[in-house]
Write a protein that binds this ligand. Structure first.
Ligand code: HSE
Length: 411
């Protein structure tokens, strides 16, 4: 028998117990093991809960029980979660987690500890909710030179942007709805300011390069400046608006040339052409578009947040651990830090919304700019050509108060 302990009986933790119990026959058959949830750690009591008898309040009961082989960390944060993850791995217990903050900040360290103790640190649920994306990167695409990853990897903001676009919904109202559905982070600024996407794209970029992409160095902006005006112009020009995390391998990325930046990683709201597959990813769904040098374009799609989809990904890791008890599965993610390009030196195309009298200034600087026409408006909007981010910053300064809004364009 393989015993599991779940740390944190919140949305995802309770989902893990539900998935294990509901799909027990299938899980046992496919792993050729008998899986059992032995403990659930939480500070709270759960009177009347069907698994009430499994609740414990002292983590040492779990850590000191040699019969617990797998621990699910679904607590979130990097405080107690860090301490308990370390303790479990040091005791030779595999840890499966949905905690992207932990993986982004301490993934390298936890993978090392797991390796030393012949167990595993697994984090399929940390990016893209229920989408299998970590394992494809580690396994099916391991031989590829990945050229680019672009992902909608935050369900809350995708849900919000979709509702804003389709229903002209109010920002605060939609955020409340996302919270009620259990999608949003405790502090929703992690979602709307792009920090959650930043951690997730850093995890994917680390797996892409096999080095640590430090999320603190990733240029990040969220959806807070996206307005109904931007949706009107974007739609007229054949675009939708999505919050993307992007990681682009730069020339020589895989040769490790001394001193050269290896990867450009950004989080930003982008205009995305409506005929791009990623533009079709709506509501709470996530989509990750991965381009490999041999396979070409691939895409992974599924629920990006929510109890059962996220729990399902944690249980996929439980199954993998159950099949490899006492054995460490190699993960290509080294402690060496990847060299991230200064975002100001990277290139992108921009959309700008300006006051109506700024057209001359725009065309003077960018004769190839495309004017987006929407009848009855008293402002103006343009698609600008690809340029260095630092050149756009200089142009934005020149426009001053005439610049009303700007977004990047994904192509
Ligand atoms: N707040 C996150 C999201 C939860 O909306 O994607 C899943 O990581």
């Amino acid at each position: 028998m393989i015993n599991i302990a779940v740390l944190g009986y919140g949305t995802v933790g309770s989902g893990v117990v539900e998935v294990v119990e509901t799909n027990k026959k299938q899980l046992n058959k496919k792993t050729q093991q008998e899986l059992n949830v032995k403990y659930i750690l939480d500070l709270r009591e759960f009177p009347g809960d069907p698994y009430e008898d499994k609740i414990v309040h002292d983590v040492d009961i779990i850590m000191n029980d040699p019969d617990v082989q797998i621990v699910c960390e679904t607590m979130g944060g990097t405080g107690a979660a860090y301490k308990f993850t370390r303790a479990a791995l040091e005791a030779g217990k595999s840890v499966c987690t949905s905690n992207k903050a932990m993986v982004a900040a301490h993934g390298t360290e936890m993978l090392e500890i797991a390796k030393k103790n012949n167990c595993n640190y697994m984090f399929e649920a940390s990016v893209g909710g229920g989408i299998p994306i970590i394992r494809p990167l580690m396994s099916s695409l391991c031989h590829e030179y990945i050229e680019e990853i672009a992902g909608i990897i935050n369900g809350t903001t995708n849900f919000m942007l979709t509702k804003m676009e389709r229903e002209g919904a109010d920002y605060a109202e939609v955020l409340k709805e996302a919270q009620a559905l259990g999608y949003a982070e405790q502090d929703p600024s992690a979602d709307v300011e792009g920090y959650d996407t930043c951690r997730k794209i850093s995890i994917l970029a680390s797996l892409m390069l096999g080095k640590t992409v430090n999320f603190e160095q990733v240029y990040t902006e969220g959806i807070t400046k996206v307005t109904a005006d931007d949706f009107a112009y974007a739609s007229a020009a054949g675009y939708t608006i999505k919050l993307l995390g992007t990681a682009k391998a730069l020339d020589g990325a895989y040769e490790g040339e001394a001193g050269k930046p290896e990867v450009s990683v950004k989080v930003s709201s982008y205009l995305v052409p409506v005929n791009h597959p990623i533009a079709l990813v709506n509501d709470v769904m996530n989509g990750v578009f991965v381009t490999g040098n041999m396979v070409g374009e691939t895409m992974y799609y599924g629920s990006g947040a929510g109890k059962l989809p996220t729990a399902s990904a944690v249980v996929a890791d439980i199954a993998e651990c159950a099949k490899h008890v006492g054995e460490n599965i190699k993960v290509f993610w080294d402690a060496e830090e990847a060299k991230i390009a200064d975002y100001l030196e990277t290139e992108t195309a921009f959309y700008v919304r300006t006051t109506a009298d700024a057209a001359d200034a725009v065309f003077e600087q960018y004769p190839d700019a495309m004017n987006i026409i929407v009848d009855g408006r008293n402002d103006a909007a343009f698609v600008l050509p690809v340029m260095k981010e630092k050149d756009f910053v200089a142009f934005a300064e020149k426009l001053g108060d005439k610049l009303l809004g700007r977004l990047r364009i994904y192509a």
